[in-house]
Design a protein around this ligand. Structure first.
Ligand SMILES: [Zn+2]
Length: 387
């Protein structure tokens, strides 16, 4: 099977996003493959400050159609890790499943996409869409020199009528995701011997009251809902604001009052919420809390990411859904609670959805993908293209 043979080669290359080893080899392997399939191919090697390679593969099959479908995948993986029952860098087929690091996230998507292109080229019937394919690097570390760069700096190359990000599973059709703001609050006090608390200023007690105020505000904004439906199992029908304190750090020794306490939080925005406004909001909230409690804590934004929303009524989205229903059964159109790469393609002006590639144990031992899902995803892309 073409897909399995290619997946074997991809899995054998440890494209660890932390070390970037084998990035060049993997991009070259993919580019060779897309060229063999008659796709116009280029590698965009993004310059990064660490001087390590950041090759992104961009391939195009122009069939002279009016519309273009962009398939979005990534070839980098999270570290292999331990606890595997098979060799994570050697594809193992067992009971209808293929095991190996990256098969579900996201190398399986690459072989599904290429398998579909191969099928479309072989068959006589013309595709309704020109097909573009991105195989990006660095997805697991934010995509600054991967898809984000490609979408910002090579807008023409990725221009399409629909972007299908094959990196979000088969549960739902994803048409948007929440933005994220991660922040850090530092509370200063005065460190001292615990035998003399009257001479200290304990930042832990202050930090606790700040945490409590953040929790209260988080409860309040939970009531704000997006237009976008939330996935099954959510406590709300629509995607909602979430604010969670995720780090609380202070002190090192039982008999020493620390001089500093640190709180970190994660704020998930509504897909339609503007990043700049949300940042302003969180700054004002912390300011208000400081004032109320008479504390002078400092807020620093650690990272920020906007969300996006694609109109589910867009005819091309509905058309895609029709084919998903034919092949996978009824799936809901929902938003993703975590972040998703559709943010970058949407920012480039492309209606963006997420579906596939299938599989499980992402970022964990025994990552797998069912052979049947590889076959069905390929079929989905082929049928959607051929109509
Ligand atoms: Zn992924």
């Amino acid at each position: 099977m073409y897909e399995i043979n290619l997946l074997k080669k991809l899995v054998a290359l440890n494209t660890n996003s932390a070390t970037k080893e084998n990035y060049k080899e993997c991009a070259q392997l993919i580019a060779n493959e897309t060229r063999k399939l008659g796709m116009k191919t280029k590698i965009i090697d993004v310059p990064a400050p660490d001087k390590k390679p950041r090759p992104n593969v961009l391939a195009e099959l122009d069939v002279g159609a009016e519309k273009t479908l962009l398939l979005v995948t990534h070839y980098d993986i999270v570290p292999v890790g331990s606890g595997w029952h098979t060799n994570p860098l050697s594809l193992t087929i067992k009971n209808g499943k293929a095991f190996g690091r990256g098969v579900a996230d996201d190398k399986g998507a690459i072989v599904e996409a290429l398998g579909a292109v191969r099928n479309i080229r072989k068959s006589g019937k013309k595709s309704r869409f020109n097909i573009k394919l991105v195989c990006a690097c660095d997805e697991e570390v934010g995509g600054k020199y991967g898809l984000r760069y490609v979408c910002q700096r090579h807008k023409k190359d990725v221009k399409a009528d629909l972007a299908l990000v094959i990196d979000s599973g088969l549960e739902n059709i994803i048409v948007g995701c929440s933005g994220v703001i991660d922040g850090k609050i530092t509370v200063k006090g005065k460190a001292w011997h615990a035998g003399y608390p009257h001479q200290a200023d304990n930042p832990i007690y202050k930090a606790i009251t700040i945490v409590e105020e953040i929790r209260k505000w988080g409860k309040k904004i939970e009531k704000r809902h997006s237009e976008l439906k939330s996935p099954k199992g959510s406590p709300h029908r629509k995607v909602w604001n979430r604010l969670t304190v995720t780090v609380f750090k202070a002190g090192e020794k039982a008999n020493v009052i620390p001089g500093e306490a640190v709180i970190e939080f994660d704020y998930r925005l509504l897909p339609e919420q503007k990043l700049s406004e949300a940042k302003k909001e969180i700054r004002e909230v912390i300011k208000k809390i400081n004032k109320k409690l008479g504390i002078n804590s400092k807020l620093r934004i650690l990272s920020e990411h906007s969300g996006y929303i694609t109109d589910e009524h867009n005819p091309i989205v509905q058309e895609f859904k029709k084919y998903v229903t034919k092949i996978f059964g009824r799936k809901e159109i929902v938003g993703q609670l975590g972040a998703m790469d559709g943010t970058y393609t949407a920012a480039a002006g492309i209606p963006s959805i997420g579906f596939g590639p299938g599989g499980g144990n992402h970022h964990a031992p025994d990552e797998f993908i069912a052979l049947k899902d590889i076959r069905k995803m390929k079929e989905l892309i082929v049928k959607f293209c051929k109509g």
